[in-house]
Design a protein around this ligand. Structure first.
Ligand code: PGA
Length: 264
């Protein structure tokens, strides 16, 4: 794991956007795995700026999102499809048909086949080159709640109460937060060539330390990234504040730069 620590949310977002942009420039038809939530919003803003001011070209990029609330149609303002359109897709030159967000309206009896097909579409596109990830208060990546198999695949999952409470800030009441979601599995995520985990704020410090430095456990599904050969973690000072090896990570990035290494 490469752990990069930035002074604040803005710097975290810029570093993350630079990592994504450098891949898009190197491989214009790359496959990006994308995430929703508060964490990546700044990164998306920076990517939009790069598109408008620096001609960052998304015309051949393909995207797959991690998850979607089950039961919310794409037109619902809290659906993740709506979020992606509003926060990124509507502002860059990506082809709508190249963007994929799981469909939260698939009938229950078709879910298994739908999820298998989502995985097949990822494979047919050549696999995910770079998967952007946030981390939940309960340590989840995508909606892989504590207890998820570290080999899990795309599936329907019941949302943890903690997740529903965390996300209720976007809804009028806790009751309106969906109780289930379609999510890529931990095993699906681990197949991405590079994973890019972002976290900001002291609120995340404890769970970030557990994910990066604690034991690999299905109780903190983000800890499975320790098994991934190429994961980059970008944190702000707050989210990094409980890392035991913080000084080492700062030193390692300095050394890496001095040696002329590039992050991606
Ligand atoms: P957040 O959510 O970015 O809104 O904190 C992260 C997550 O639940 O994965």
């Amino acid at each position: 794991m490469k752990v990069l620590i930035r002074k604040d949310y803005e710097e975290m977002s810029k570093t993350a956007a630079q990592i994504v942009a450098s891949l898009v420039r190197k491989k214009p038809n790359c496959v990006l795995g994308l995430a929703t939530g508060s964490t990546p919003v700044g990164m998306y803003k920076e990517l939009i700026r790069m598109h408008k001011e620096e001609h960052l070209d998304f015309s051949s990029v393909i995207t797959f999102n991690l998850d979607e609330y089950y039961g919310l149609p794409p037109t619902h303002p809290e659906s993740y499809r709506y979020f992606m359109n509003e926060n990124l897709f509507n502002h860059i030159n990506i082809k709508p048909e190249n963007t994929h967000v799981p469909d939260g309206t698939v009938p229950m009896e078709d879910i298994e086949e739908y999820c298998r097909n989502y995985e097949k579409m990822i494979k047919d596109a050549g696999g995910i080159d770079l998967q952007v990830l946030g981390i939940g208060g309960d340590g989840h990546i995508a909606f892989n709640e504590p207890g998820s198999s570290l080999a899990s695949r795309t599936r329907l999952i019941a949302l943890d109460e903690q997740t529903r409470i965390d996300n209720s800030r976007f809804f009028d009441s806790l009751d309106e937060v969906p109780r289930a979601a379609i999510t890529m599995g931990v095993g699906t995520i681990l197949e991405a060539r590079t994973c890019l985990l972002l976290a900001n704020g002291e609120r995340k410090a404890e769970v970030v330390a557990k994910a990066i430095e604690g034991p690999i456990t299905n109780q903190i599904t983000a800890s499975a990234l320790q098994l991934h050969p190429n994961t980059i973690v970008v944190l702000d000072e707050g989210a990094a504040s409980k890392l035991a090896r913080k000084d080492y990570y700062l030193y390692a990035e300095r050394m890496w730069k001095e040696l002329g290494g590039s992050i991606v």
